[in-house]
Design a protein around this ligand. Structure first.
Ligand SMILES: [Zn+2]
Length: 460
């Protein structure tokens, strides 16, 4: 039987990711090791944006009230979560300002200035910034926070077809990132009542964690011309005729790391996918009296060789056991142990973080073996998470709450809001939305014939 996994706060604390003792609820202090992991995820995203020709921008944190109030649906969706700035020093501001909860309303007045003709399209931008939302639900580090480290891409296109092509490109990016972070997920088209405020439709990427819930790790929205109409974003075609632009957005946050921690950690603590591990491995000399120099010299030579691969050496005066435990809690993928016998045999013992398997490797094979083992570990972590996700999906023909517990339920749904809410209430879970597959069946509530498959689960 598997030991119980630790709680996310404990894992983050022991790994040195965040200090959670800050004076504002839902805001946390990022520590050096946590920042290194976060920066790696950001670089991965920046790499994908560069590959797909998005330009990085940085808009101000403060948004004037009149910018914010132009798109009605959007205001309805966000106004209860907004932090307002009402004073400058002692003076009450004539025009209130808000901290961006997301950046549509900051960016789109500028899009209206930048976009003139069809030659300005597509416009593909992104930024990685902090956003602020006054969460009223229980806050939880990385999962539900009030200061969100946020990636958002915003694009504008001449036609709806071109904006749909952008959505497909975003889906491809999400897939590549999911692979690197070892996070499989379901992509669901959110129901009308749960789409992004102001969107034509929203897609959500839902990862499944061993806690028995799904966690939204990314969203892709097609706005059609909803925001363009509110913000007057128009372009002239070749004939000089004016049209509204079509827009999309794609968002992700520090929930990506939250999902990694919840998905891959074990009873010892953090297990990091090799791609985002700041330290790929650690060399630990095991010192015996009288053999110190022999082992240290050997270990130093190894470390020199592995330095370029992101390996560090731990020669502190501590017992090997306590060092092992410390690095395991940091999720470092590989440990290299060197004792006097290994020196004699010109070999090392390699220990893998996820399986805790010990492998004896000849020094001449060590470097290539490390590359192989890191790749294999990524593959294994992804597969394991994918198997868990798949094993928890159950098809239901009736609203049986016991059958749905800790599961992702899959069912036929006629698409009506009434039936949707009946399902959510009866199973005490959220309707994640509809998948892309079609299957003939009858709505699990009203029994009307339909071919739409929907998913439901407990969410965070
Ligand atoms: Zn129905």
């Amino acid at each position: 039987m598997k030991e119980k996994a630790k709680k996310i706060n404990e894992i983050m604390d022991e790994a040195g990711i965040c200090d959670m003792r800050y004076g504002v609820k839902g805001m946390y202090i990022w520590l050096p090791y946590g920042m290194e992991i976060r920066n790696r995820i950001d670089s991965m995203i920046r790499g994908e944006m560069k590959r797909t020709n998005h330009g990085e921008v940085n808009f101000p944190l403060l948004i004037p009230e009149n910018y914010f109030k132009r798109e009605e649906e959007h205001i309805k969706g966000f106004s209860s979560q907004v932090y307002w700035v009402t004073h400058g020093g002692d003076k009450k501001l004539k025009r209130r300002l808000l901290l961006r909860p997301t950046s549509e309303t900051a960016m789109y007045p500028s899009f209206a200035l930048w976009i003139r003709t069809h030659k300005d399209l597509p416009l593909k931008t992104f930024q990685i910034v902090n956003t602020y939302r006054y969460e009223t639900k229980q806050t939880r580090p990385l999962i539900r926070v009030r200061e969100i480290h946020f990636f958002e891409s915003h694009t504008a296109h001449d036609t709806f077809e071109d904006s749909e092509a952008q959505v497909r490109e975003d889906m491809g990016i999400m897939e590549r990132l999911g692979k690197k972070l070892c996070l499989p997920y379901l992509l669901n088209k959110r129901p009308e009542w749960d789409k992004f405020a102001g969107a034509y439709y929203s897609l959500g990427a839902d990862a499944y964690t061993p806690e028995g819930r799904t966690l939204q790790i990314g969203t892709i929205h097609n706005y059609r011309d909803n925001f363009a109409r509110a913000y007057n974003i128009k372009y002239k075609d070749e004939e000089g005729e004016e049209h509204y632009a079509h827009q999309t957005t794609y968002g992700m946050s520090d929930r990506l790391l939250g999902a990694v921690i919840l998905t891959h950690s074990d009873s010892t603590g953090l297990v990091l996918p090799p791609e985002i591990a700041p330290i790929k491995g650690v060399v630990i000399p095991i010192i015996f009296k009288g053999k110190e120099k022999k082992v240290m010299d050997f270990a130093e030579k190894l470390h020199e060789e592995l330095n370029g691969k992101g390996f560090v050496m731990d020669d502190r005066e501590m017992t090997p056991g306590s060092k092992y435990y410390e690095w395991e809690k940091k999720g470092v993928p590989i440990r290299i142990e060197v004792g006097p016998r290994d020196v004699d045999e010109n070999s090392v013992v390699m220990v893998l973080r996820d399986t805790k398997e010990k492998i004896k490797v000849k020094v001449e094979d060590m470097s290539s073996r490390i590359d192989e083992e890191l790749d294999a570990m990524s593959e294994r972590l992804y597969k394991k998470a994918e198997e868990l996700l798949k094993s928890r999906i159950v098809r239901i023909e009736s609203l049986d709450k016991r059958k749905a517990s800790r599961k992702i339920v899959r069912f036929s749904w006629c698409g009506s809001e009434e039936c949707g809410h009946t399902i959510e209430d009866a199973l005490d879970m959220s309707l994640l939305g509809t998948g892309s597959e079609r299957e003939n069946g009858r709505c699990v509530v009203c029994h009307k014939e339909c071919d739409t498959i929907a998913y439901g689960a407990k969410t965070y």
